[in-house]
Design a protein around this ligand. Structure first.
Ligand code: PXL
Length: 274
């Protein structure tokens, strides 16, 4: 038997099941990889919940990482919500001392309901310690803007320049996601040499909770399975676009993407690559 490739997420638990660790593990499973998790924080983000970020200790984070590394091993890793400078520092140290080759850094900052997923004083540590470790970093527009000192991003050309400038932080490649543009959903990939755009149609829905987590988790799964960065992004974009197309909600709140959509229905759209 060929064992499935092993993918680890270091991220927060999103109780509602749409985002964070839960979205990551569903995505890993859908893409026939073996999912593992290091929980950094437990998030309950219902508007009526008062304190909604419960950090795990550094010891707990390290113990989870060591367990998964020793018990199983890791072909690819993604990071999501890390929240504090302490957790970012520890995550960077764990990655540096490991031999993991495929690393997706999703610089998560705020959730869909404005829940704060990164402390204000942690942004500098994120820039200094973590971004350079990425095979790919995957900021959305607000995150890219924040990482570039509050620069306004309003067009695909702005995203291209942002990707080129974020490359200076030291990752192997940068994917700036244009989900918040109007018009088609265009993402820009820069690998130090070439700019590539990935375009999907805009889907008219509010049920996109966890889309960013799902996208970066899918990139990690495809990298684990041996895809090039470019092919991993292409296939992951197809996966998340299909999950968004079939998104739904059980309540009046913003609902999840449908992680099983690709398996059940095939790709909803062709992704245009340029
Ligand atoms: O979608 C970003 C995100 C990431 N991680 C956790 C979250 C959310 C959004 O709510 O709760 C744990």
């Amino acid at each position: 038997m060929n064992f499935p490739k092993r993918v680890m997420t270091i991220a927060g638990s999103a109780a509602g099941g749409s985002a964070g660790i839960q979205a990551d593990l569903k995505t890993f499973q859908e893409l026939d990889t073996y999912g593992m998790s290091v929980v950094t924080a437990i998030v309950g983000r219902h508007p009526e919940t008062k304190k909604n970020v419960h950090m795990q200790t550094i010891e707990a984070i390290e113990a989870q990482f060591d367990t998964a590394m020793k018990q199983v091993g890791v072909d690819a890793l993604k990071t999501g919500m890390l929240f504090s400078s302490e957790v970012i520092n520890k995550t960077a140290e764990l990655i540096r001392h490991s031999s993991i080759k495929q690393i997706v850094i999703d610089p998560v900052m705020v959730g869909k309901l404005d829940s704060k997923l990164l402390a204000d004083d942690a942004i500098e540590v994120l820039k200094k310690e973590l971004l350079s470790l990425g095979t790919i970093i995957t900021p959305n527009m607000p995150e890219a803007s924040e990482l570039l000192g509050g620069r306004k991003l309003e067009s695909v050309d702005d995203l291209k320049q942002a990707a080129i400038d974020l490359y200076e932080f030291g990752p192997k490649s940068v994917l700036v996601k244009g989900g918040r543009l109007t018009g088609p959903a265009v993402d820009v990939l820069y690998d130090g040499k070439t700019l590539t755009t990935f375009e999907a149609p805009r889907i008219d829905t509010v049920n996109t909770s966890g889309a960013g987590c799902t996208y970066s988790a899918a990139i990690a799964a495809y990298l684990a399975k041996g895809s090039t960065i470019q092919n991993a992004v292409h296939k992951a974009k197809s996966f998340v676009t299909t999950a968004i197309q079939y998104g739904f909600s059980y309540t009046e709140m913003v609902g999840p993407t449908y992680h099983a959509a690709m398996r059940k229905n095939g790709a909803a759209f062709e992704i245009k690559v340029n």
